[in-house]
Design a binder for this molecule. Structure first.
Ligand SMILES: Cc1cc2nc3c(=O)[nH]c(=O)nc-3n(C[C@H](O)[C@H](O)[C@H](O)COP(=O)(O)O)c2cc1C
Ligand SMILES: [Mn+2]
Length: 488
């Protein structure tokens, strides 16, 4: 049975010692953010804050829901694996393969009459965003962020496409939020269309739905894909939706908190800065669109999940980069490219894709790299490392070895100026380029050049390559009789 809400996920995490209840009173003002940061740094369990200063009993927050794990017997991405129905020991490779397998059969949502997100309904003057314990996460942030692990739902004005995306939301006051909607993202493209028509963009936000909902919201699916259908695929049954009170949109029925409203055309207000996913307190505050909230519905005792961008590894890598790697792989396969695997190493902050591929003809690595940049999930990837199939892209030791032995320091590195970048945030860009996201990319070609004669291609000196099969088998069989313990 699929997890129907965030609370089922919390129970599952708890049963695997991946959840810590924090009963001590904590402050939303920097303290919860600091705890979540330590959770990432230590590989500790997700933190369920049960008592928050100045907020009623029952109003809780969940920090670092998809932080990585150092739990005994658990793999790094244990919480992501659990959310997708795998065991906590599943490897990155297994999670990516399982994700791609599951998403093959999209399942349309169903609309139900009501749900837990309607337990409390506040309209018009009753709307008060400050009634939720949104954290001030990092010292220096421009405000308290209510949206850091959530879904913003909008409709394309020209088609039936309903987009679910995760875009940070800063609380300005009781009923307005600041938003970062870059043109490169689906919501930016939709908002541009509404602005051109000079009409408000209706929007809804679902905070704290079942775990597949935030997952599909932050993984860069292609345009015109309704992310809700992929959420259905991942949980193996339709997502239950309920109609909003004031806008013509639907939201997951079991969400903890739902915000409804509109983004007016051409309205801007200062938003940010925010400690961001690349690992830096990025940018200054700048004028950005304003989400006017006209209704809030929520569970009586709501749980507000939040992530904490900053230095890796946080949800921006344990979910976004990990699954983006799987999505890039699927997109390259669709093009018929002979790729074997793709991985975005978490400490690369989502900026690097390692692609392992056959290389049937000359300059193939470049063809693969440019194909990555042409995909939606490959947007905002600046370093592309192309390796051959004998290298496991999820194994950084093997990747480093391939770079430093097969990539010519001059001829094997190809610079590509002026590729699209994430506006405002990209740390390595000079200020002017950073503001508009005028980025650059680089290809590390770690494949043997096709014009070399066969005898010039070095043979990798491994156990498998340099000893006859008969000798390998003998050594493996006699390992313990030599006096060694089974694996070392
Ligand atoms: C915690 C978190 C916050 C994010 N905030 C933003 C944001 O403010 N703006 C943005 O463009 N992308 C943001 N992203 C990345 C997007 O969620 C991601 O690119 C997603 O694919 C966007 O949806 P779309 O592909 O439907 O546009 C964030 C990701 C995470 C994990
Ligand atoms: Mn989308």
């Amino acid at each position: 049975m699929a997890m129907k809400d965030l609370r089922d996920f919390i129970k599952l995490l708890e049963s695997h010692e991946e959840l810590q209840r924090v009963r001590e009173e904590v402050d939303w003002n920097l303290e919860m953010g600091a705890v979540a940061r330590r959770v990432y740094d230590l590989g500790a369990p997700a933190a369920l804050f049960e008592k928050i200063k100045g907020y009623p009993e029952g109003y809780r927050a969940l920090g670092a829901p998809f932080g990585t794990s150092k739990g005994r017997g658990h793999a790094l991405f244990a919480r992501t694996a659990l959310a997708l129905g795998l065991g906590p020991d599943a490897s990155a490779k297994e999670i990516m393969a399982h994700y791609l397998d599951r998403k093959q059969t999209p399942i349309k949502p169903v609309v139900v009459k009501s749900g837990p997100c309607k337990e409390v309904i506040r309209l018009g003057k009753e709307v008060d965003l400050l009634s939720f314990p949104s954290p001030l996460i990092h010292d220096g942030d421009g405000g308290r962020y209510i949206g850091t692990w959530h879904t913003v739902i909008t409709k394309d004005p020209d088609s039936s496409w309903v987009n679910w995306g995760m875009y940070r939301l800063m609380v300005h006051d009781r009923n307005t939020l600041g938003c970062l909607f870059p043109l490169q993202q689906h919501i930016g493209q939709m908002y541009t269309k509404y602005e051109a028509k000079n009409i408000p963009m209706p929007a809804a936000v679902a905070i704290g739905a079942q775990p597949v909902v935030p997952i599909v919201s932050c993984v860069q699916l292609p345009p015109y894909v309704n992310e809700v259908d992929i959420a259905g695929a991942l949980q193996g049954e339709p997502v239950e939706l309920v109609k909003c009170e004031t806008v013509d949109l639907e939201v997951p029925a079991t969400a903890e908190i739902v915000l409804e409203g509109e983004v007016l055309p051409h309205e801007r207000k200062s938003e940010g800065p925010f400690g961001e996913y690349m690992g830096y307190e990025a940018g200054k505050s700048s004028p950005k669109p304003v989400f006017r909230v006209n209704a809030i519905t929520h569970r009586r005792d709501p749980i507000l999940p939040f992530s904490n961008m900053g230095m890796p590894i946080h949800e921006g890598q344990s979910v976004t980069a990990l699954i983006k790697g799987a999505e890039i792989f699927a997109e390259l396969k669709k093009l018929g490219l002979p790729v074997k695997g793709v991985y975005m190493p978490p400490f690369a902050a989502g900026h690097m894709a390692v692609v392992s591929t056959e290389t049937p003809f000359i300059n193939f690595a470049k063809r693969v790299a440019h194909a990555v940049w042409a995909t939606k999930p490959g947007l905002f990837t600046y370093y592309i490392v192309v390796v051959e199939p004998d290298v496991d892209p999820t194994n950084m030791d093997e990747v480093i070895h391939a770079i430093t032995t097969k990539c010519h320091p001059v001829n094997g590195i190809h610079h590509v100026p002026h590729i699209p970048g994430f506006p405002v945030l990209l740390p390595f860009l000079p200020p002017k380029e950073r503001l508009i996201g005028d980025a650059a990319g680089v290809i590390f070609d770690c494949t043997w050049p096709k014009d070399w004669p066969q005898e010039a291609v070095p043979i990798k000196a491994t156990f498998e390559n340099l000893w006859p099969e008969e000798v390998q088998q003998r050594v493996l069989k006699k390992w313990e009789s030599y006096g060694f313990k089974s694996s070392r």
